[in-house]
Design a protein around this ligand. Structure first.
Ligand code: FE2
Length: 491
């Protein structure tokens, strides 16, 4: 397993060194220039000081150009502030602005909240940030389909303004605006080039809510390899001490989290399973409807450790696939070798599609009917053959104490040992899957209620945070959600 964050240290080292040398040469240039002014003859001191400063400072500028590829005369004097604005390795702040600071300075025009009616995309809100100075207009154009665009060639005369701006976001196109100001009202036309023309109307505002949704996060190109942990997820896994579990899950297809929750929670979970289980004489399995029977099941589903493991294994934005409880008695039948991705043809995708997490409210031992697994078979990317099902090889028992969660990959071959001990073995099987896979269980009738009670993690599990299969999803108004959904598929 390799970690992305470890791959970039050389790049970061050279970038920081480049900035440091730029700063150092600037400082040395000032000191020497000052020394010349003090020590040299008055006739030559100013010229020598300026020449020395330019020469020494230029060395730093040249070095910086070699490292960064840009030419900046004055270095920043805070490494942190500079680096936080330029590093490609650090996430940029994408928090939506709630209010705008009014523009200050000569010739302020202000902010204009406008509605643009297009044929291709319907109506969209665009915020124009305009500054007028003499007959020139500068500023930016922001909106749901736009990365902020700088205004170019902007001019205004007698209330009539025109300007151009190019979008280089998800959609790349050129625009030209032709508008007229009437007091606080703005009206006009926008030409979106190949996407056609649109009418624009709006009103001036000096401080206003941003009408578009949160700006989209940067679009991700390429996909994180299956065994890697994203930079976004890594801190959470480290905090929960789950990095080694991820490594084992990726390599062997299974892992165990011990003490996944406190004993009181495990006792509540065990009791809830027993109380809602089918009557005696059945196999003790409840295959659906657990979420609405007791709050403990929702708490199990959004357990932070399971959520972090599932994000690693089945990607950001994953869904809840099913919740099933089983109560196994003495002499209950074993389960044959199989992979949980039963609905997938082979070869399986290189990325895992389904993750099974079994809450063991009783200990798992071979005698107690524990799950057994063939480590590494997740890499075979296929179901076991009929012959392999009859003769499992190198099986490992997922031994663990009560209170653990046994986790396995949807592609790894596993079975269930026969239970030979007295008493019950009570388990909750919580399965998660990739955002694009239809869940095994239908949660639609309780989704809203669950989200109201448990918030954002539950909204994700119920599939409410992505743009997939949403009736009347508005790609213009909610472009940020669309981009985040496409990014989810790559992390
Ligand atoms: Fe299974």
């Amino acid at each position: 397993m390799t970690l992305k964050s470890q791959d970039n240290w050389k790049e970061e080292f050279f970038k920081r060194s480049g900035l440091l040398i730029h700063q150092f040469s600037f400082g040395v240039g000032l000191i020497i220039a000052f020394s010349f002014m003090l020590l040299l003859d008055d006739a030559i001191a100013p010229g020598a000081a300026i020449a020395a400063f330019i020469f020494i400072a230029s060395l730093g500028i040249a070095f910086r150009y070699a490292v960064f590829g840009d030419i900046v005369l004055l270095p920043r004097f805070s490494l942190d502030s500079y680096y936080s604005q330029t590093s490609k390795n650090k996430p940029q702040s994408k928090a939506p602005k709630k209010t705008r600071e009014p523009l200050i300075g000569e010739g302020v025009t202000g902010y204009w909240e406008t509605k643009v009616d297009t044929k291709a995309y319907g109506s969209m809100q665009i915020t124009l940030c305009l500054t007028q100075k003499d007959n020139e207009i500068t500023g930016s154009v922001e909106g749901s389909l736009f990365a902020p665009m700088e205004i170019e060639s902007g001019s205004v005369f007698d209330g009539h303004a025109t300007w151009k701006a190019d979008s280089s976001g998800f959609l790349s196109f050129s625009t030209s605006f032709d508008v007229r100001f009437k007091g606080d009202i703005i009206e006009g036309e926008v030409d979106f080039g190949k996407y056609g023309k649109a009418t624009l109307s709006g009103q001036r505002s000096t401080e206003t809510e941003v009408t578009a949704s949160a700006p989209p996060e940067d679009r991700i190109f390429g996909t994180l390899p299956p065994e890697e942990i994203s930079e976004e997820l890594m801190p959470r896994l480290q905090e929960l001490d789950l990095v080694d579990n991820c490594r084992q899950l990726a390599e062997e297809g299974w892992t165990i989290i011990k003490e996944a929750a406190d004993p009181e929670f495990i006792a509540r979970l065990r009791q809830a399973i027993i109380e809602c289980s089918p009557v005696e004489g059945t196999d003790g399995s409840k295959l659906s409807g657990l979420l609405e029977t007791d709050p403990v099941f929702a708490e199990a589903a959004i357990n932070p450790k399971l959520m972090a493991m599932a994000e690693f294994s089945v990607g950001r934005g994953f869904l809840l696939a099913s919740m099933v409880s089983t109560i196994r008695e003495k002499d209950s039948a074993p389960i044959d070798l199989h992979a949980d991705q039963a609905y997938f043809p082979e070869p399986f995708p290189a990325h895992n599609m389904m993750l099974t997490c079994c809450w063991a409210t009783d200990e798992f031992t071979l005698e107690n009917g524990a799950t057994t697994v063939m480590p590494g078979t997740n890499a075979l990317l296929r179901h076991p053959t009929e012959e392999e099902t009859k003769t499992p090889q190198n099986m490992v028992t997922m031994d663990c104490p009560a209170g653990s969660v046994a986790i396995w990959d949807g592609r790894v071959w596993h079975a269930n040992a026969p239970k030979t001990t007295d008493g019950q073995r009570v388990v909750l099987h919580t399965s998660y899957q990739r955002m694009v896979v239809r869940p095994n269980e239908d949660f639609s009738h309780i989704a809203d209620q669950m989200i109201e009670e448990y918030g954002e993690p539950m909204a994700q599990l119920m599939g409410k945070l992505d743009s997939i299969a949403k009736k009347d999803f508005d790609y213009v108004e909610d472009f940020g959600t669309f981009i985040r959904t496409t990014n989810n598929a790559k992390l």
